[in-house]
Design a protein around this ligand. Structure first.
Ligand code: ADP
Length: 261
């Protein structure tokens, strides 16, 4: 009997999830249809000044596409295409896009020196993880603020490894810090749950951080949220150092720049 109750609870949960997604998706389609409808009426009157409606339809369609992208990424089971990655180069390539995502009121600061170890991961997924975190940071700073992207070589020692249940060893740390609203311990505890969101309908899917978690797990890494309400949030992602075919590292970063847990 107990398993039947559990099964029912599961079905109820799945019903709520799909209902939530369908609802969000429907809202986005409503924006598209509304925009196109108004555009059609204007055009019928011979008024060709329709760019406003075009922009709003595009906006709805773009958001709907982003939602299905996230669902797809979320449902993927294994890394698509892992390859050796230089985090510094990857972030440098993303900077312009991040600045656009963050808008004018959030300043972006990056701190990625040379000599960063390589990691082995799917670079598209890693990019989407970083963008997800930047979007969350932007949402947490409605009045503006600062987003810091830091990279460093890190050694997770035995005590930390035991406490966090992650293999001891050498990692590359990617730390993304905002000066936003922060999270209560309650929210931190649930933040990685699929579909957990505190955002209003249509704004949040609750899939961003669970995608981050899935990616990190698939890459053999470790993720940690440090947050203080009213002060801000740091998301730390540790990815194992890749030694495969990488050239021998002869130059390590100054110890002052080495970041650890
Ligand atoms: P979504 O952003 O769609 O809500 P996420 O899984 O990315 O889904 O995040 C889940 C929740 O975690 C958010 O709704 C928010 O409450 C909280 N959160 C995530 N990132 C941050 C952040 N940088 N600052 C404050 N709260 C955050």
């Amino acid at each position: 009997a107990e398993s039947q109750v559990r099964q029912l609870q599961k079905m109820e949960a799945v019903g709520q999830l799909t209902g939530g997604i369908a609802h969000d998706f429907n809202n986005m389609l409503a924006i598209v249809i509304g925009g196109l409808d108004l555009m059609e009426r204007k055009l019928q009157r011979g008024d060709t000044d329709v760019s406003r409606y075009l922009v709003s339809a595009m906006d709805g369609a773009t958001r709907a596409a982003a939602l299905t992208q996230r669902l797809l990424a979320f449902s993927r089971q294994s890394p698509l295409d892992p390859e050796p990655i230089d985090l510094g180069a990857l972030i440098a390539g993303l900077t312009e896009m991040l600045e656009r995502t963050l808008g004018e009121r959030v300043r972006l600061k990056t701190s990625l020196g040379g000599g960063l170890w390589q990691v082995h991961a799917d670079s598209n997924q890693l990019e989407s993880v970083i963008v997800n975190l930047a979007v969350n940071a932007r949402d947490a700073m409605p009045d503006g603020g600062r987003l810091t992207v830091e990279g460093g070589n890190a050694h997770l020692d035995e005590a930390y490894a035991r406490a966090e249940d992650v293999p001891e060893g050498q990692y590359v740390l990617l730390a993304i810090t905002d000066t936003g609203i922060g999270m209560s311990p309650d929210v931190v505890a649930k933040a990685f749950d699929p579909f957990f969101t505190t955002k209003t309908v249509g704004k949040g899917t609750g899939l961003g951080l669970s995608q981050v978690f899935g990616f990190v797990r698939q890459s053999g890494g470790h993720v940690k949220i440090l947050s203080e309400p009213g002060r801000g949030t740091t998301v730390k992602i540790f990815l194992p150092r890749y030694l495969g075919d990488a050239p021998v590292i002869t130059r390590q970063r100054a110890s002052g720049q080495v970041l650890d847990g």
